[in-house]
Design a protein around this ligand. Structure first.
Ligand code: GDP
Ligand code: CA
Length: 322
């Protein structure tokens, strides 16, 4: 089977690690997986291009992630960041470790030599053994795009970079809306639309529905490909007990006027979603009638629990394919 998943950072990466664990345990393999990663979080700092969600996916699947944090490298040191601080260089609110800097330096070098982001991601992913696991990691687009958040500060409307809102302000300033700078002239990266059209199964992991999955969906052609694919599209709800498990998905949903409920999130995918996994605790709240809904435990507490979630998503997909 060929599977395709859309993904943000930590939630997407942890789920996909469980999905790969599950796929390896099946006796109908081998299976392959294409991941379409969000690049709306990307930012240029200290002259370096940083792709937080793609790196979280790569480090998590390649065994280099800081498990407790969910992002960044394990056994990290911060010498470069301290040196930058000594010069008064800003920003200081975005944590960048020394090993992580290595990734950003080599990516910026290759981009500077004229390679596309897709080409660069493919080279980086080699080192982390993704192709050996049957995984192709694609950025959603090669066009530089950046999610900005419109906020009101001191009586004035301002657009700030998503990372400034999320990391520096911890999403504490009410967002009025999200805009993706550069998206008006962006095109899907090579392979993205075909990966959706030609998949046997498409999965939406429990990534942030607004600023991760929502941004991937705004790439021209992606929604149409999801509507047109013959593959079942299965979503995994990022809410457990009516609240996000981590991060500020509630603030993001509030900003776009969508209820913080499994129904609210499913509504964002209504034009293409076939199956919806919700947590047992949320089962009674779900009213969507034109969807195949299954309630299973949705806490990614360890690899086995996550693989069980992935197994439920794959089984639901196979049922709907028949
Ligand atoms: P980010 O880019 O690092 O913010 O990560 P994602 O967008 O991929 O995922 C963030 C989402 O993952 C949040 O909305 C969380 O609610 C969700 N999430 C994190 N851990 C879990 C979990 O154990 N279970 C479920 N169902 N969702 C989770
Ligand atoms: Ca992200």
């Amino acid at each position: 089977m060929h599977l395709t998943a859309l993904a943000g950072g930590v939630g997407g990466a942890r789920f996909i690690r469980g999905l790969l664990h599950h796929l390896r345990s099946r006796d109908d393999g081998p299976h392959t997986l294409t991941i379409i990663g969000n690049t709306g979080d990307d930012i240029t700092l200290f002259g370096l291009r940083i792709c937080p969600d793609l790196d979280t996916l790569m480090y998590t699947l390649g065994g280099g992630i800081h498990e407790g944090q969910g992002w960044g490298r394990v056994d990290e040191s911060f010498t470069i960041q301290k040196e930058l601080a000594a010069y008064g260089a800003s920003p200081q609110w975005f944590g960048l470790g020394d090993k992580d800097f290595g990734t950003h330096i080599v990516r910026s070098q290759w981009l500077g030599q004229g390679q596309t982001l897709s080409e660069v991601v493919a080279r980086l992913a080699q080192r982390w053994g993704l192709p050996d696991q049957g995984v192709t990691l694609l950025p959603m687009t090669d066009t530089p795009v950046e999610t900005h958040v419109v906020v009101e500060q001191d009586g004035e409307q301002r657009a700030i970079h998503f990372q400034e809102w999320w990391v520096r302000h911890q999403a504490s300033i009410p967002a009025q809306r999200f805009v993706v700078a550069g998206m008006n002239h962006a095109t899907a990266a090579p392979g993205v639309l075909d990966a959706i059209r030609q998949a046997d199964l498409v999965i939406l992991p429990p990534s942030n529905p607004v600023v991760s999955i929502g941004i991937v969906l705004s790439v021209p052609g992606v929604r149409e490909a999801l509507r047109g694919t013959t593959a079942p599209v299965i979503g995994v709800c990022p809410l457990v007990g009516g609240a996000p498990v981590r991060g500020h998905a509630d603030a993001c949903l509030d900003a776009i006027g969508v209820p913080v409920t499994p129904d609210g999130v499913a509504g964002l995918y209504a034009d293409f979603l076939d199956g919806w996994l919700v947590d047992k605790a949320d089962e009674s709240s779900v009213t969507a009638s034109d969807l195949a809904v299954r309630a299973v435990p949705l806490l990614m507490s360890d690899l086995e629990a996550t693989a069980d979630m992935a197994s439920a998503a794959v089984e639901l997909g196979l049922e709907l394919r028949r």
